[in-house]
Each structure stands twice: as C-alpha cells, then as structure tokens.
Design a protein around this ligand. Structure first.
Ligand code: SAM
Length: 246
C-alpha cells in the first residue's frame, strides 16, 4: 500500500512551512485537508498543484474507507489540518489509527504546533507538562476536568477561543486560585504576536474592558509540589475533603 504522510503546516506565518513539507505535498497523489479552501491558499502560495479531498470532523467516518482504498491502491496521501500538527486538537487521529490497524505506514512530518511554540517561550517549566487542548464547552464538564487537575504539578497547556477566554479564566481562578501564574500566548508567529504574563487575577482584569481577540494558547503554572504552600483554592478542597471524611 501507499504511505500516509502527516504534514505539519504553519500556525500563522507561512514562512514556517518546512521544505520537506512542501516537497511531500508536491509529490503525493492526494492531500486530505480539513478545509480544502483554507489549504488551497497554502498550496497556491507554494505553487503546489496536488488535488485535495476534504477530511473533517463531520465526514470522517465515510471518508476513512475511501482514503484507505486510495492507500491500498498503492497511492500516497498527505494529511493536513487548517493549522499546525494534524491530530492535535484537529482531525487526524481516527484516520491515522485506521491506517496503523491496516498495516499502512504512517510518516510524520514535524511542523509548527501552537502548544509547543507557546510553552517554549512561556518562561514556565518545560521539563514536564500536560497538554489539555480545548476544555469541554459544558460548564459542569469543564469544572470536573479542572478539579481533577488541581494537584497537578506539571505546567498545563490549554487551547481556547477568544470568545470563551474570559469565562475560562474565571473557571481557572475558581479551580486554582487568583494568584496562580499564567501566560497568554497570542497570535503566535503572526504580526501581532504577544506574550502576556501574570496572575490569573491580573489576566481577568486585563480583559475586563477589552474583548480578547485573535488566537490564544494559555499556559498555566503547575501547583507547587511543596504542600506547605497550599493556595487558597487548594485549602478549600482540603477542608472540603476533611469535612466529607467527617
Ligand atoms: N493543530 C493545531 C496545533 O498543532 O497547534 C491546533 C489546532 S486547534 C483547532 C486551534 C487552537 O490552537 C486555537 O484556538 C488556539 O488556541 C491555538 N492556536 C492555533 N494557532 C495559534 C496561534 N497562532 N497563536 C496562539 N494560539 C494558536
């Protein structure tokens, strides 16, 4: 069978496209793209003429058998998403896993990833971290996840849309306390790239008057491993569990 290439694409700045990425997109028989119009602009910029087929959240179950047939015909396929690494908070996982099950080789091409790009310049510990992607949209589920992360000592990485950022900051304060340090990495690799660093409380007041705009990756400091430095939020949890234990 042919090979599936998982190709990372830029997260804003087209100059971040890799030479190898361009080469593979040029050489494959077909490109499976999350949004063919969006990827069309990238292909046009690099003068790539390879045909595209859409592969996204809503058509993946019907598309996967079709793409597997294509690969079984000894044809190659490249998978791309709108930005960054396919499969990272983007469609990809199901196709990749189906290929592996069928013995089709999967070759990853590294490229920009918002989480890692934000983390490396955040100033927060990079030796151990947890990627949480997008929090669920339902408040109760969000709160449950955040509660399960309260004792996490590793640096936490979240993706968030600008219109939900304020609500998320409120939920983070409720779970981790006002003083927890966070970094808002905005519009990475683009003209208005910006890193804002401060406490969760300060982040909330920053957006009291102005509306968050652009793309955000949120990096949150892990909790201190020193149990003597319990934050207010953690103290509340400890107290609650003491009370329920009676
Ligand atoms: N697959 C992508 C990756 O590897 O980074 C992530 C795709 S996910 C659908 C989109 C989210 O990633 C955005 O809502 C934002 O949280 C984050 N993101 C993508 N591009 C970004 C950028 N240029 N600056 C900051 N965050 C970005």
């Amino acid at each position: 069978p042919g090979t599936l290439y998982v190709v990372g694409t830029p997260i804003g700045n087209l100059a971040d496209m890799t030479f190898r990425g361009v080469q593979v997109l040029q050489d494959v028989d077909l490109i499976a793209a999350e949004d063919t119009r969006h990827t069309g602009k990238l292909l046009q910029h690099f003068q790539i003429k390879t045909p595209q087929i859409s592969y996204h959240e809503h058509n993946r179950s019907s598309r996967i058998p079709e793409l597997l047939r294509h690969l079984n015909d000894d044809k190659s396929l490249a998978l791309v998403s709108d930005a960054g690494i396919p499969g990272i908070s983007d469609p990809g996982y199901e196709l990749i896993s189906a290929c592996i099950t069928k013995g089709i080789s999967v070759v990853p091409l590294p490229g920009a990833c918002a989480a890692i790009t934000a983390l490396c310049a955040s100033g927060l510990p990079t030796n151990r971290f947890m990627f949480e992607g997008f929090l669920p949209t339902k408040r109760k589920q969000r709160q449950q996840i955040l509660e399960s992360l309260q004792a996490e000592t590793r640096t936490l990485i979240f993706y968030e849309s600008p219109h939900r950022l304020r609500e998320t900051l409120e939920d983070l304060v409720a779970a981790f306390g006002e003083t927890r340090h966070c970094v808002l990495a905005r519009e990475l690799t683009k003209l208005y790239e910006d890193f804002w660093r401060g406490s969760l409380k300060e982040a909330i007041s920053l957006y009291q008057e102005k509306q968050p705009q652009g793309e955000y990756t949120l990096i949150l400091e892990g909790t201190s491993p020193d149990r003597t430095q319990l934050s207010e939020a953690q103290l509340k949890i400890e107290l609650r569990s003491l009370i329920t234990r009676g």
